[in-house]
Every structure is written in structure tokens, then in C-alpha cells.
Design a protein around this ligand. Structure first.
Ligand code: NAD
Ligand code: UFG
Length: 336
């Protein structure tokens, strides 16, 4: 029987792609999600592309009793913990909600895992734990100075997991620090479906291309970057998902805790992303230069060499693949 892997937040954007990739790798993913930022309608589509019925338990990860029932009912080999709230601006407005959900969820999960004797965990962390980097590319040993409530919740969970691993040598934990995940599954059956106005560049570009939005506001053209616009490390969500599968395999034979950047090592500007999206959709994307967005930084991109060495995987899809897949998903989306 294939190993069962619990994916919290598995109905969401990144979690659903991890579920698809786990199924492809021969695992049996089981989802726990409370659908606070996703829809149950993703599950039948996910089951189709996974070519297996994806079991989903509707529960909040803060509900430790519900989690314990999931562990009691299935022989779970490991957990990928994606459930969490991720909006930087919402976190600033509602800090208690973010600490409760992100930190409280991790505490309940660790307790339920320990009680069930399941001690292999991959955690969805973020480049937000670094805050403003002193230099690029950003390595895992860069200073950890998160500058948002959201980033602090991620760092606190990392610290919790470092302490858990120190207290009991049988834990195996990977802290995966995502840079800018984007794109969608090649089937166009799953992808990012933000409720309300998207926050991130690529889904906004898709909305403009689909004429759901008049133009893209480019936040600043006076940054100290080659073309004056912000530079980020966009990693295709399927490359990100492959990193999780590799991390689970790595943890099967390696105890302790490890932090790994998941990025490509290359930064692209907002204008380069707009040009790539225009190539993908074959249309002009109207844009307007706007003031810098509060809290933004000029440029950051990952040094992914530790993840590549440890996990043996490298992100190979480029921004053209990201934009092509995001565009196909935008055309295929039926939920709005
Ligand atoms: P998402 O909102 O699409 O997915 C998160 C999922 O978790 C959703 O399905 C949501 O319903 C569920 N969820 C949230 N709180 C829950 C709770 N208390 N109990 C049960 N389910 C809950 O977001 P995503 O982009 O897929 O992000 C997944 C993870 O990756 C998050 O932890 C996020 O912080 C992290 N991350 C995302 C990005 C990004 O740019 N998307 C970057 C770095 C890190
Ligand atoms: N941008 C625009 N116009 C827009 C939206 C974004 O010009 O309408 C620019 C931003 O200024 C930035 C780039 O596009 O230069 C990327 O912005 P995103 O909002 O897509 O991504 P961020 O890098 O700001 O944030 C992401 C995640 C956060 C996480 C952060 C650090 O969305 O959750 O990375 O890891 F905290």
C-alpha cells in the first residue's frame, strides 16, 4: 500500500499542486482543509489529474481532536503543512487572526503528530522570514528579520519546529522557504483562484489579460534595479511541488531540522514579467506606473544551491512557462 501523506491546506493553491505531485510520485495524499481560502470544487478536479480519489477531511488545523481522528483513521507516514493565512496586508490589519491561525495551527498539528507518533514534517515557510535582505542571492544563513506580521508568524513556527526537533531527535523536519510561487498545473485543471482582488503580480496580470481588470499598476519605476521596477524570484508551482516530494524522501533517511530556499536563483523585473505574459497571451497588457507599494523591497532572489544539493532537484521551468500555464488556467477557470 502506498504511503499516506497528510497535506494540510491541500485544497489551496500550492497544496493542491503538491497533492498532484505526491500522487504522481506514488503516494496517497489525504487533505485536511477548512476551505477558508479555497473551494471543495477543487477536489474532483484534483482527483482527476491525480488519477486517484483524493480523500479530504473538512477540519480546522487548530482543532487538535479533529486532527487526532485523522491520524487514528489513516496510517499517515508524514505531513506537509500548507494550511495558513498568507496575505501580508491582512496580517497587518488583523494580527491576532494571523498568529492564531498560523502559529496556533502549527502547535495543534505538532501535538497531534507527536501523539500519533508521526514525526516527519514539511512546513510551508516563506522568504518573508528574511525581510529586507542585505545582499542577493539570499542564502539560508542570511539574517532573519521578518518585517510583517505574516513573516513573523512563519518565523515563529520555524522556531517552534527547531525547538521540537531539538527536544526529540526522532523528528525530521524541513522548513521550505518559498520565494514567489506562480503558474499552474499543465492540465489547467487547478491553479491559483484568489477570492476577491488578487494580491500578487501573476494572477493580476492574468486578470488584465482576461479583461477583468483595465490595467496593471507597476509599483515603482525608480527602484535601484536595471529597469527601475521590482525584481523577484518567480518559481513555477510545479517545481515548488517537486521540492516537497524530494524533501519527504530526504527526511525518510535524515533526522533533525533543515531550512531550504525554494527559488530559481534568478530575479526578473515586473516589466520582464509583463513582457512574458504578453508573449503567453498574445495580447498587449496595459500598464501604468504607480508609487511604490508600502513594505516592498527593490529586489530579492534565492540562492537555491543548498536545496539543489540536499534534495537533488532544480527548478527548471522559466517565466514563459509560468505565464503560459497561468494564462491557460485563467482561461479554464470556471469558479467566478
Ligand atoms: P492558499 O490560501 O491558496 O492555501 C492555503 C489553504 O489552507 C487554503 O485551502 C485554506 O482554506 C487552508 N487553511 C487556512 N487556514 C486553515 C486552517 N486553520 N485549517 C485548515 N485549513 C486552513 O495559499 P497558498 O498560496 O497555497 O499557500 C500555502 C502555504 O504556503 C501557506 O502557508 C502560505 O503562507 C505559504 N506560502 C505561500 C506563498 C505564496 O506566494 N503563495 C509564498 C510563501 C509561502
Ligand atoms: N507588483 C506590481 N503591481 C502589482 C502587484 C505587484 O508592480 O499590482 C510588483 C511588486 O511591487 C513586486 C512584484 O510585483 O515588485 C511581486 O509582487 P507580489 O505581490 O506578487 O509578491 P511579493 O514579492 O510582494 O510577495 C510575495 C508573497 C508574500 C511574501 C513575500 C515574501 O506574496 O506572501 O513574497 O516572501 F511575504
Amino acid at each position: 500500500m502506498a504511503d499516506a501523506i497528510l497535506v494540510t491546506g491541500g485544497a489551496g493553491y500550492i497544496g493542491s499542486h503538491i497533492v498532484a505531485e505526491l500522487a504522481r510520485a506514488g503516494y496517497r495524499p489525504i487533505v485536511v482543509d477548512n476551505f477558508c481560502n479555497s473551494s471543495p470544487s477543487a477536489l474532483p478536479r484534483l482527483s482527476r489529474i491525480a488519477a486517484q480519489e483524493i480523500r479530504c477531511v473538512t477540519a480546522d488545523v487548530r482543532d487538535q481532536a479533529a486532527l487526532s481522528r485523522v491520524f487514528a483513521g489513516h496510517a499517515i507516514a508524514a505531513v506537509v503543512h500548507c494550511a495558513g493565512l498568507k496575505s501580508v496586508s491582512e496580517g497587518e490589519a488583523q494580527p491576532a487572526l494571523y498568529y492564531d491561525n498560523n502559529v496556533g495551527g502549527a502547535i495543534a498539528l505538532v501535538d497531534a503528530m507527536a501523539a500519533a507518533g508521526v514525526k516527519r514534517l514539511v512546513f510551508s515557510s516563506s522568504a518573508a522570514v528574511y525581510g529586507q535582505p542585505d545582499r542577493n542571492p539570499v542564502t539560508e544563513s542570511a539574517p532573519l528579520r521578518p518585517q510583517s506580521v505574516y513573516g513573523r508568524t512563519k518565523r515563529i513556527v520555524e522556531q517552534l519546529l527547531e525547538d521540537v526537533a531539538a527536544s526529540d531527535r526522532s523528528w525530521r523536519i524541513a522548513l521550505l522557504r518559498y520565494f514567489n510561487p506562480a503558474g499552474a498545473h499543465a492540465s489547467a485543471a487547478i491553479g491559483e483562484a484568489p477570492s476577491g482582488i488578487p494580491n500578487n503580480l501573476v494572477p493580476l496580470l492574468a486578470d488584465v489579460a482576461a479583461e477583468r481588470r483595465a490595467e496593471i499598476a507597476v509599483y515603482g519605476n525608480d527602484w535601484p534595479t536595471p529597469d527601475g521596477t521590482g525584481v523577484r524570484d518567480y518559481i513555477h508551482v510545479m517545481d515548488l511541488a517537486a521540492g516537497h516530494v524530494a524533501a519527504l524522501a530526504y527526511l525518510a533517511s535524515t533526522p533533525g531540522v533543515i531550512a531550504l530556499n525554494l527559488g530559481t536563483g534568478r530575479g526578473y523585473s515586473v516589466l520582464e514579467l509583463i513582457a512574458a505574459f504578453e508573449r503567453a497571451c498574445g495580447r498587449a497588457i496595459p500598464r501604468r506606473f504607480a508609487p511604490r507599494r508600502p513594505g516592498d523591497v527593490a529586489a530579492y532572489y534565492a540562492d537555491p544551491s543548498r536545496a539543489e544539493a540536499v534534495l537533488g532537484v532544480r527548478a527548471h521551468r522559466d517565466i514563459d512557462a509560468i505565464c503560459a500555464d497561468a494564462w491557460r488556467w485563467r482561461l479554464n477557470r470556471v469558479d467566478d
